[in-house]
Design a protein around this ligand. Structure first.
Ligand code: PMP
Length: 387
């Protein structure tokens, strides 16, 4: 008999306090806890038991170029991309990483020549994901160097451009902006999933990054994956991971595989597709609802504005909709508010200021992925801020 699910975490308990203006509303981090309720409802379906004798070896599949990739995780990744139609997997090597954060570093290492006279330039169009400059310059590598906003990049020679699509923080679909022959592109597709944006075509780039953190919400498992065409690039990425962590947790890959299988089962198993069990539908409905609420409160405030997105047809859901991004790129419109982050902090709302993303301090990034309670408090708090 299946064991009953645990009681809901206190954050999802039904009794929600009325906002007295004193509770700090933290929507700074993109912590994907909004998915907690879905997985709680799934009960034991996703439970993984790993006996003590399992996962002792460093090796997962010694015949695979990526020898630390668990075959069942690789299989789940391929099946998921085929189901969703968001990326081509044929003719690609899969490289698993400890989150896509490790894979970004592995890709930078693999794509930078080791005999160049100066470090490879790394750029991304502002507003860019705030971790990129920090990750790139953290260890003051001799191999690569952060050169800032891709739109201002004029330096001759080879470069790496990081392209995040849909973009963190502003949610727009993106393409390369530098467009020179010597450019090497890393496509970070962490948010190219149907709860956030219409899946218009299967992405077919040289090097694509994905993560369970934003697809299913399992950020704590620290699992990401790369689909990479070039064998030599894949080999160097694998070398990087070998030298930094000697592979990637098998336990996490096994759990990741299980989670992806359960996501897919609701689409492929006959008689098991009633509403509420379908993960992407659940995510889409929640994001759609949250964006409607946020747009309504922003409109009424006359102090803020939000980006507008074009409608697109989603091949996966057969629905036409405008993106509901994981983050809201909120602008303080009033001329007197130059520091939007500081202004919101004075109302006990913690966000991340535009400067962290190479943008203006009139903008902030607001996470749309937090628990219901936090999101509801955010809406209540914003509704009380008047010009
Ligand atoms: N890329 C982008 C664009 C992200 O927003 C994030 C997480 N915020 C990451 C990569 C890193 O994700 P993780 O290491 O959790 O896989």
């Amino acid at each position: 008999m299946a064991t009953p699910p645990p009681p809901p975490p206190s954050s999802t308990a039904p009794a929600e306090p009325e906002d007295d203006g004193q509770i700090v509303v933290n929507v700074d981090h993109g912590d994907p806890t909004m998915y907690e309720r879905f997985w709680l409802q799934m009960g034991d379906k996703t439970t993984v038991v790993i006996p003590g004798w399992q996962s002792l070896s460093y090796f997962s599949d010694a015949r695979n170029l990526c020898w630390f990739l668990e075959p069942e995780f690789a299989e789940a990744v391929i099946r998921l991309h085929k189901l969703v139609g968001n990326a081509i997997t044929d003719g690609r090597h899969i490289v698993v990483g400890t989150g896509s954060t490790q894979l970004i570093q592995a890709a930078l290492y693999a794509l930078s020549p080791d005999n160049a006279s100066e470090p490879m330039s790394v750029v991304s169009a502002a507003p860019f994901f705030s971790s990129y400059p920090l990750i790139v310059d953290f260890l003051k590598s001799g191999l690569y160097k952060w050169e800032g906003d891709a739109r201002d990049f004029t330096k001759e020679g080879p470069y790496i451009e990081l392209i995040t699509s849909p973009n963190n923080p502003d949610g727009y679909a993106r393409e390369a902006v530098v467009r020179r022959n010597e450019g090497i592109l890393i496509h970070d597709l962490a948010y190219y999933w149907p709860q956030y944006t219409p899946i218009s075509s299967a992405a077919d780039h040289e090097l694509m990054l994905f993560t369970v953190s934003k697809s299913t919400g399992h950020a704590g498992s620290r699992i990401g994956w790369t689909l990479v065409k070039d064998r030599e690039v894949a080999r160097k990425m694998i070398k990087y991971i070998e030298l930094s962590t000697i592979g990637v947790s098998k336990d996490s890959q096994i759990r990741g595989a299980k989670i992806l299988q359960v996501v897919m089962d609701s689409y492929t198993q006959v008689g098991n597709s009633e509403k509420g069990e379908d993960f992407f539908e659940y995510g889409y409905n929640l994001m759609e609802k949250r964006w409607k609420q946020l747009r309504a409160v922003v409109k009424q405030s006359r102090l803020f504005s939000l980006p507008e997105f074009p409608l697109g047809y989603c091949n996966f859901s057969s629905r036409t909709f405008a993106p509901n991004p994981a983050f809201a790129w909120l602008k303080c419109e009033g001329e007197e508010i130059e520091d939007c982050e500081g202004f919101l902090r004075s109302h006990k709302i913690l966000t991340r200021g535009g400067e962290h993303f190479g943008g203006s301090s009139k903008y902030v990034r607001v996470s749309m992925l937090d628990r219901e309670r936090t999101f509801n408090l955010l809406i209540q708090r914003l509704s009380k801020i008047h010009p």
